[in-house]
Design a protein around this ligand. Structure first.
Ligand code: AMP
Length: 282
C-alpha cells in the first residue's frame, strides 16, 4: 500500500492506473478509522480495481467551538487497518496543501434549502466546508467512483447534489450504515462515550426503528411520532436531542402525509458528543 503526501505523485499514480484500463475508487475520510470506513473500501473493491483512501481532518468543516483540535488523529492504526482490507493507497494531504491561500478562498456552496436545515442549522457553514473539501479532493485524486456512508445522510445528499449540479465526472456509491451488534452506528466519536453512555447509545437506533415500524403500518402522525421519540430518548438518559425529524429522502424537507418514502434523521447527544443516526424507508 503506497502513501502519498504529494498531489503530483498521487496524480501520476492514478494516471498510470487509468492508462492500464483500471478503474479507480476513492474513499474520503477524516481518519480514526473503524469498520464503517473499511466497509466503504470493501464495497468499492467490488466495483473498482484500485481504491485510494484519503485521511484529512478538514478544518473548514468544523465550527469555532467544535472538536477540530481534539479530533482523534491515529495514522499508524489507520494504516494498519487499511492494510488488512488491501486498500491500494492512502492520500494524506496537509492543511497547507489543501488550503494554500488559507480558509478564505473559493467555496462550493450547495443551495441553502438543503444545507441550511438539520445538521446545517446547528452547524452553520459545515456543509460548505464539506462540499469544498470533497470537490478539491475529487480534483486531486480524479477517481472514477467515490463512496460515502449513508450514516451521514445529509452529507450524502449534499455531495450528490454538488456532483449533479457541477457535472463532476465521479460516480457516487452510497454505503449502508455499519453498526455495532446492539445497533449503535459506528462512529469515531463513540470513543468519547463513558460506559454508562455507551449502554444508552443504541436506544437512538431503537427509537428510529420504532418510528419506521409505525410509518410502515400506515401511521402518518409525524408530530406525535417524533414527540414520543424525543421524550423516550430523554427518558433513556440522553442529555439532549438536537433533532428528530421525518423527512423526504431527496429534499430533506419535513414529510407530508401522502408520501411513501421517508428518512428518519436524528442527533442525540451526551454533553458535547453528538450521535447521528438515520433510517431510510423507501
Ligand atoms: P468521516 O471520517 O467521519 O468523515 O467518515 C468518512 C466516511 O465514512 C463518510 O462517507 C461517512 O459517512 C462514512 N462512515 C462513517 N461511519 C460510518 C458507518 N458507521 N457506516 C457507514 N459509513 C460510515
Amino acid at each position: 500500500m503506497r502513501i502519498f503526501e504529494s498531489i503530483p505523485d498521487l496524480r501520476e499514480q492514478v494516471l498510470n492506473w487509468r492508462m492500464q484500463g483500471l478503474k479507480v475508487g476513492f474513499v474520503p475520510t477524516m481518519g480514526n478509522l473503524h469498520a464503517g470506513h473499511l466497509s466503504l473500501v470493501s464495497l468499492l473493491q467490488t466495483q473498482c480495481d484500485k481504491v485510494i483512501v484519503s485521511i484529512f481532518v478538514n478544518p473548514m468543516q468544523f465550527g469555532p467551538n467544535e472538536d477540530y483540535e481534539r479530533y482523534p488523529r491515529t495514522f499508524q492504526a489507520d494504516q494498519q487497518q487499511l492494510n488488512t482490507v488491501n486498500a491500494d493507497a492512502i492520500f494524506v494531504p496537509t492543511v497547507e496543501q489543501m488550503y494554500p491561500h488559507g480558509l478564505l478562498q473559493t467555496v462550493i456552496s450547495v443551495p441553502y434549502s438543503l444545507t441550511g436545515l438539520l445538521e446545517g442549522a446547528i452547524r452553520p457553514g459545515h456543509f460548505d466546508g464539506v462540499s469544498t473539501v470533497v470537490a478539491k479532493l475529487f480534483n486531486m485524486v480524479q477517481p472514477d467512483l467515490a463512496a460515502f456512508g449513508q450514516k451521514d445522510y445529509q452529507q450524502l445528499r449534499v455531495i450528490q447534489t454538488m456532483v449533479d449540479e457541477l457535472t463532476i465526472p465521479v460516480t457516487l456509491v452510497a454505503a449502508p450504515i455499519s453498526r455495532a451488534e446492539d445497533g449503535l452506528a459506528l462512529s469515531s466519536r463513540n470513543k468519547y462515550l463513558s460506559v454508562e453512555q455507551r449502554a444508552i447509545a443504541p436506544k437512538l437506533n431503537t427509537v428510529l426503528l420504532d418510528i419506521a415500524q409505525a410509518l410502515k403500518s400506515g401511521n402518518r402522525d409525524f408530530k406525535a411520532l417524533t414527540k414520543v421519540g424525543i421524550e423516550s430518548l430523554l427518558l433513556e438518559g440522553f442529555d439532549a436531542v438536537d433533532y428528530l425529524q421525518i423527512c423526504d429522502p431527496l429534499t430533506l424537507l419535513n414529510s407530508t402525509p401522502n408520501q411513501s418514502k421517508f428518512v428518519i434523521l436524528a442527533v442525540a447527544s451526551f454533553g458535547n458528543t453528538r450521535l447521528l443516526d438515520n433510517v431510510l424507508l423507501s
